[in-house]
Design a protein around this ligand. Structure first.
Ligand code: MD5
Ligand code: FE
Length: 205
């Protein structure tokens, strides 16, 4: 079922469930080539979420700031190509939520281990905020914090479960958001039961 959290913030509940085994297989082959790593924020904090990327551009952070790069700073190699199953799913989800012709050029892969969180932030390193972000949740459930346009605005808690896809666009593209510390839980057979993977598809360039 489809849930509208706010104008242009659409949760497609369980929408990626059938594709999850194929998505996980593609994901494993990417992180075998481009290991998940804990990046450092410009403020000097080590992120608890482990990250990797695929696609023409990848999101990185280090002492000099947040940005997109064409190459993995660890290896000097280009980020791996975005698998067709990733780009097709992101495109279909965006279309389902009313964003035609979404062509992601970046997929940020986040791995949340139990206890890991992501503090309240906005995603503003992309060039064109008219382009939506598509987020796919796999493995353990998370409590998502959905805020407003200002950091101090009240946040609402939204459970994101295995297979859920969210399309963030329009006026919800720049809302503050975060993830509460991840808890243990149950997952469908064969899916990761010790962590949550989140794929975020972006048109960054
Ligand atoms: C996650 N990841 O569940 C989230 C999904 C990140 C991140 O936040 O930056 O890697 S993306 C959630 C999102 C994106 C853009 C806008 C809004 C939410 N929003 O307006 O709430 O790991
Ligand atoms: Fe974000």
């Amino acid at each position: 079922w489809t849930e509208t959290l706010a104008p242009q913030a659409t949760v497609l509940h369980g929408w990626a469930g059938d594709d999850a085994p194929a998505l996980m297989a593609a994901l494993q082959s990417i992180i075998a080539r481009v290991p998940l790593r804990h990046m450092v924020t410009p403020g000097g904090f080590v992120m608890s979420v482990a990250m990797s990327n695929c696609g023409r551009l990848g999101w990185v952070t280090d002492a000099s700031g947040y940005r997109y790069t064409s190459h993995d700073p660890l290896s000097g190699e280009p980020w791996p190509a975005m698998p067709e199953i990733f780009s097709q799913l992101a495109r279909r989800a965006a279309s389902e939520a009313g964003f035609a012709d979404f062509e992601p050029d970046a997929c940020l892969i986040n791995r949340y281990d139990v206890g890991t969180r992501m503090s309240l932030h906005q995603d503003r390193n992309e060039r064109d905020f008219r382009q939506p972000i598509v987020s796919v949740s796999l493995g353990l459930s998370a409590t998502f914090l959905f805020g407003g346009m200002a950091r101090r605005d009240k946040t609402r808690r939204v459970a994101l479960m295995h297979g859920d896809v969210v399309v963030w666009g329009g006026e919800s593209r720049l809302r503050f958001h975060g993830i509460l510390p991840l808890k243990k839980g149950a997952v469908p057979e064969g899916m990761p039961d010790d962590c949550r993977f989140n794929l975020t598809f972006r048109k960054a360039g």
